[in-house]
Design a protein around this ligand. Structure first.
Ligand SMILES: *[C@@H]1O[C@H](CO)[C@@H](O)[C@H](O)[C@H]1NC(C)=O
Length: 224
């Protein structure tokens, strides 16, 4: 019984640290991609990911790693409960942090069309043109507002007027990317919750063992 509780705890601990690694890798790859050259394939992804809470995600991952280190003394000292409790509270803080990051991304999806209009407006004509080619569209709301950038897709005013504005395809792309990210993020929060439950079980287990050890010591049986 005791081992099962400990193994479950260690399993969730492993998932917890893997979640932290995933957060860190995604944030760092995004950082790197933003410094690289934009092309047709990555322009939409990069533009959207650059709007995300990248720094918060990196800080979150660092919190997860520090919290993970706190579990080592509680495994090394199998009867200790103080470290384990501190570890539990730290996991709770990480979970809240990750939840807030996820909610932040989720709130953006509620307001995508208006947010993207600002993002679009802040881009150079090169980037706008890449987006037009990526989504086969001209201008943001429509070809005239704001005016399209002449390129391979929007070759003339007439052609541009017959193509849709980028708002439709760009915002649905943004919404599916954001949903994927916040779903993964909430998945990590769920792992944190399981880990907290695992810690609670292990604490209870250790408390009971301590009690039995005391009783055994009093009655003169078993190890002290
Ligand atoms: C383009 O969009 C703007 C803003 O939504 C609107 O005022 C304008 O009438 C539209 N033009 C065309 C040709 O649909």
């Amino acid at each position: 019984m005791a081992n099962r509780v400990l193994f479950a705890f260690m399993g969730f601990e492993a998932l917890f640290v893997i979640g932290g690694i995933i957060i860190l890798v995604v944030a760092l790859l995004t950082r790197a991609a933003l410094n690289g050259k934009q092309n047709l394939d990555n322009v939409a992804n990069n533009l959207l990911l650059s709007q995300g809470p990248l720094t918060a995600a990196i800080v979150n991952a660092v919190f997860v790693f520090v919290t993970f280190l706190l579990c080592i003394p509680s495994i090394a000292a199998p009867t200790n409960r103080t470290f384990l409790k501190a570890h539990g509270y730290a996991v709770m803080c990480c979970a809240i942090f990750t939840l807030v990051v996820g909610l932040d991304i989720w709130f953006r999806t509620l307001n995508t069309r208006a947010n993207l209009a600002t993002v679009w407006g802040n881009q150079t004509t090169e980037t706008q043109s890449l987006l037009q080619q990526r989504f086969n569209c001209c201008g943001y709301w429509n070809a005239t507002s704001p005016p399209f950038v002449p390129d391979n897709v929007c070759t003339s005013t007439l052609v541009a007027a017959n193509l849709q504005g980028c708002i439709g395809p760009f915002s649905s792309f943004a919404n599916s990317l954001n949903s994927m990210i916040f779903t993964a993020d909430f998945g990590i929060v769920a792992i944190d919750v399981f880990l907290i439950l695992g810690i609670a079980c292990l604490l209870k287990d250790r408390k009971e063992k301590e009690r039995y050890a005391l009783i055994d010591a009093k009655t003169g049986f078993g190890p002290i």
